[in-house]
Design a protein around this ligand. Structure first.
Ligand SMILES: Cc1ncc(COP(=O)(O)O)c(C=O)c1O
Length: 481
């Protein structure tokens, strides 16, 4: 490691070096066994004599902080002479420093590290089955990109994305979702969330009203608030977002028409037409979140809002989080021509472009048919899980839960017959105690919480589902309405 030491003046230089290296060891930034820079190198870098650095290292060694190995250098000792100091309780309290973030960033409820939780039975929604991802193919495609010949000069690329990837994605959504797009219409992003960020940056001003579904997927609403927008939750019924309940001033409306998150309903054709008319009259932007529509197990899919749009006000956003892996942070949008230059500029000013080796690997993954094959395989896997969960909801879970029937997607939602949010919380807590992770529907509320459970199909193999659902039944039976 290039250890940072800064010297002030010319007094007690050895003492200053000793103090700084000691504090790096004591607070754990340098771990036991890690090497200190060779004394000659550090002396050169700090423009001091080697004797000065050696004096500091000798003192650290005498006190047991470091150990030297002849010819090998100086290393942090395996066992430190004193316990590291206990961090001050208020060290991370927002009030403990002089700097203040904008108020929009105070109190945002962030997601925990979802990978850190490993329940015995995982019914959390929104995550695909990562165990079945074609790692071998992806590894080969990625390693092909990490060669001098592929990387070339290592220069920055175009903000919109690699041309071959934009073309491959345009063909992919053209076939699978009948979204009419050419390569020029596609902007490659770091997941759905970044696409929404870019759209909001270019069309939403602080103070504008942005409408989201209630219940809905929380991260975009947090994003809009952080940009200074006022977020309005709009109810969802059996036909999808209730267009009549949209606030007249909404500048942007975010919807999940194919598979409402989290209720699971599909927006009816009539409602889609009504929403497009509404947006035309109000000159609003519609953002279509098509996050898991590839997983349709029965019935005919409806056209996307994008395909019904006649005057260029729908931004279609797709994520690769469900069909590949959420950890790759990949997504893209198809935007109307009037927003394209601004979105390109927003992407450039935000992070210039999405990682090029990953984009090149994805281009091959899509164009050689691997993505389609993986989706087809996973559709079969999830259809089976969907059937097992559906049978349980119509059978042993029916005394407590009323399912929202939906032939699509990576989760199934069921309303609690008791209608009680405290009951839902008790069920979720009891389920957790029995080893089952499942979120309550009320956790997705913007304003009007409804009681229910959102059962994810991605994380639990079909052979473990019956045991998970039995435990859930016990949690329901043991929790008072
Ligand atoms: C409704 C909805 N939209 C989009 C996404 C995907 O977001 P991203 O591409 O940022 O992972 C998710 C993931 O959970 C989701 O539930």
């Amino acid at each position: 490691v290039e250890l940072h030491v800064s010297l002030r003046g010319r007094r007690d230089l050895a003492g200053q070096i000793y103090q700084q290296v000691r504090s790096v060891i004591v607070d754990g930034r340098l771990q036991p066994g890690q090497a200190l820079p060779p004394s000659r190198e550090l002396a050169d870098r700090l423009a001091v004599s080697r004797t000065t650095v050696s004096a500091a290292y000798d003192r650290l060694s005498a006190e047991g902080y470091v150990a030297g190995r002849v010819g090998a250098g100086t290393f942090v000792a395996p066992a430190l002479p004193v316990d590291p100091p206990v961090p001050r309780a208020d060290a991370h309290r927002p009030s403990s420093g002089p700097l203040r973030p904008r108020p929009e960033f105070a109190g945002l409820q962030l997601r925990a590290d979802l990978s850190a939780v490993r329940p015995a039975y995982d019914l959390r929604p929104g995550m695909p089955d990562a165990r079945l991802f074609p790692y071998q193919t992806w590894r080969r495609l990625m390693s092909d990109q990490l060669r001098t010949t592929a990387v070339g000069a290592g220069a920055y690329g175009a903000p919109t994305g690699l041309p071959e990837l934009r073309g491959a994605l345009a063909r992919h959504v053209g076939v699978s979702r009948a979204v009419r797009a050419s390569a020029d219409d596609v902007l490659v992003t770091n997941g759905f969330q970044q696409a929404v960020d870019l759209v909001a940056r270019v069309v939403v001003r602080p103070g504008d009203v942005v409408a989201v579904e209630d219940p809905g997927y929380a991260p975009p609403a947090m994003l809009f608030r952080s940009l200074g927008a006022r977020v309005a939750g709009v109810p969802v019924d059996a036909e999808g977002l209730v267009v009549d309940a949209l606030p007249a001033a909404a500048r942007l409306v975010l919807v999940t028409p194919s598979h409402q998150f989290p209720l699971g309903v599909r927006m009816s054709e009539a409602r889609r037409g009504q929403l497009l008319d509404w947006a035309r009259q109000r000159n609003a932007v519609l953002v279509e979140d098509d996050y898991d529509s590839e997983f349709r197990f029965a019935g005919r899919p409806l056209d996307t809002l994008h395909a019904m749009d006649r005057d260029g006000r729908v931004v279609y956003v797709s994520s690769l989080s469900k069909v590949m892996l959420p950890t790759l942070r990949l997504g893209f949008c198809v935007a109307p021509p009037s927003l394209r230059d601004a979105l390109e500029a927003a992407k450039f000013t935000t992070d210039w472009h999405t990682a090029l080796p990953t984009q090149a690997a994805l281009a091959r993954f899509v164009s050689d048919g691997t993505l389609d094959r993986h989706i087809r395989r996973m559709r079969g896997v999830y259809a089976e899980r969907h059937r097992v969960v559906g049978e349980a909801l119509d059978g042993r879970l029916a005394p407590w839960l009323r399912p929202v029937h939906s032939p699509a997607g990576l989760h199934v939602t069921a309303l609690l017959r008791s209608g009680s949010v405290p009951h839902e919380r008790a069920v979720v807590r009891r389920a957790r105690a029995l080893g089952v992770a499942v979120p309550g529907l009320s956790e997705s509320a913007v304003r009007a919480p409804r009681a229910g459970l959102v059962l994810g199909l991605g994380m639990t193999p079909v052979e473990r589902l019956p045991a998970a659902l039995d435990r859930l039944r016990n949690a329901l039976a043991e929790s008072r309405p």
